[in-house]
Write a protein that binds this ligand. Structure first.
Ligand code: PMP
Length: 435
């Protein structure tokens, strides 16, 4: 009997009681390798002594102080750390308590920026189909995942969607990556022209699409062309790194591998490593100056932003993420994970694509490999894989296809960066058995 409203009503769930390194144990004594870090959250595993010590020290000194009265050493240090790590002109950090809040704040930042600089007519947001940017109403509107939106339509009329960069399904067999990128950017340009170039405020995208597509990275050139197009029309580029950021792809920011710098970047999940709900928005000097020289206020805020314990946890997590060798380890383990998945599943008639970057890997499941035909969604292949994987003692993050474009079921893997090679091999073996 439960009095908790769970997302899936009526589904009985095991009770998690402890976490050790990359393992979670339930009340029946069963342990699971956390092959997905929850939802790409637990980047440092579950009982990292240094993060726990940083939280304990903060908790013993001060648990809460409202940001309208105080800042804290931890918040200042975290802002210093992240802005030093981010390329110019991302010089300012706004703190929030999670991914949706980060996206929501980013959208309001973009909107207020244009109001401050005297272009209040810019109010349209363009994002991509099949994307997910959070569950609050603004973030949900930006997201292009039709399944999640359908019951809430109409959401915000100023949100529009173009095709994602999805080479497995959309790049023609004879099309070069450059031509494919050019075609997608042309589609975006048409959308901008349709709305009016001076009416659009932001283009929002994940550098590597996580939850809704399964670790789909863009082709080379794509984001550089997007950046150039945004610059031509004075549109802000918002990159959502809530899932793919904080070292997940082998660089602290996923956009570093695309050769672009956004105007705004959202981070969360790995930023607190699951120890505390925390997120952030890094914004450009230009946006900061518009606020400073305009109204002198960012018209936004929540009770728990900059929470001392959350900030202390994030400060320690980010410090650990930037220690020498850790990103190389993510790249090394990610290559091993991809090779293991290729060897174990590459020949399977139902595995269409295995892809991703660093410790962020996706497997797309199809019923017909040659024609890339998905399974009938009613079969809920993803739910079956999740249950089988749990029975094998593995946590992975599968999702169903989409009703907005063609997409098979997929499984997302995002294990902690502290995995051993043996644990990576175990993830592959257990997942292969489950599939
Ligand atoms: N953006 C992206 C890219 C995400 O993957 C998610 C969560 N899966 C969010 C935003 C929303 O984050 P949260 O669940 O912390 O609100």
């Amino acid at each position: 009997m439960t009095r908790l409203l769970h997302r899936k009503i009526g589904a009985p769930l095991p009770h998690a009681v402890s976490g050790q390194g990359v393992t979670i144990t339930d009340s029946a004594g069963r342990s699971y390798i956390d092959g997905s870090g929850g939802a790409a959250v637990s980047c440092l595993g579950h009982d990292h002594p240094e993060v726990l010590a940083a939280m304990k020290a903060q908790m013993e000194r001060l648990s809460y102080a409202h940001t309208s009265f105080f800042t804290t050493d931890a918040a200042e240090e975290l802002a210093e750390r992240l802005t030093a790590l981010a390329p110019d002109p991302l010089n300012w950090l706004y703190l929030v308590s999670g991914g949706s809040e980060a996206v929501e704040a980013a959208l309001k930042m973009a909107r207020q920026y244009y109001v401050e600089i005297g272009q209040p007519q810019r109010r349209h947001i363009i994002a991509r189909r099949q994307s997910y940017h959070g569950n609050t109403i603004g973030a949900l509107a930006a997201g292009g995942n039709a399944m999640r939106r359908v019951q809430f339509q109409p959401i915000l009329p100023e949100t529009h969607h173009v095709s994602p960069c999805y080479p497995y399904r959309d790049k023609g067999p004879d099309e070069t990556p450059e031509a494919y990128a050019a075609r997608l950017v042309q589609e975006l340009e048409q959308k901008i022209e349709e709305l009016g170039g001076d009416q659009v405020m932001a283009f929002v995208a994940e550098p590597v699409v996580g939850a809704t597509m399964g670790a789909v990275a863009a082709v080379a050139d794509y984001f550089q062309r997007i950046r150039a197009l945004c610059d031509r029309h004075g549109i802000l580029l918002i990159l959502d790194e809530v899932m793919c950021g904080m070292g997940r792809t082998g660089s602290l920011f996923a956009f570093e591998q695309e050769g672009v710098v956004p105007d705004i970047v959202t981070i969360a999940k790995g930023m607190g490593g699951g120890y505390q709900p925390v997120g952030g928005v890094l914004l450009s000097q230009q946006i900061y100056e518009a606020f400073r020289d305009g109204s002198g206020l960012f018209q936004h805020g929540h009770t728990y932003i900059g929470h001392p314990i959350a900030t202390a946890a994030a400060n320690k997590v980010v410090e650990i993420l930037t220690r020498p060798g850790l990103m190389d380890q993510v790249t090394h383990l990610g290559t091993r994970l991809q090779a293991g998945l290729d060897a174990a599943l590459g020949q399977s008639p139902h595995v269409g694509d295995i892809r991703g970057r660093g410790l962020f890997r996706g497997i797309e499941i199809v019923s017909d490999k040659d024609d890339k035909i998905p399974f009938d969604p009613a079969r809920k292949i993803h739910a079956g894989i999740k249950a089988e994987a749990m029975a094998e003692g593995l946590l992975c993050y599968p999702m169903g296809g989409t009703i907005d474009g063609v997409h098979g079921d997929h499984v997302l893997l995002a294990p902690p960066y502290i995995c051993t090679e043996d644990e990576i091999d175990q993830i592959v073996e257990r997942l292969a058995r489950a599939i």
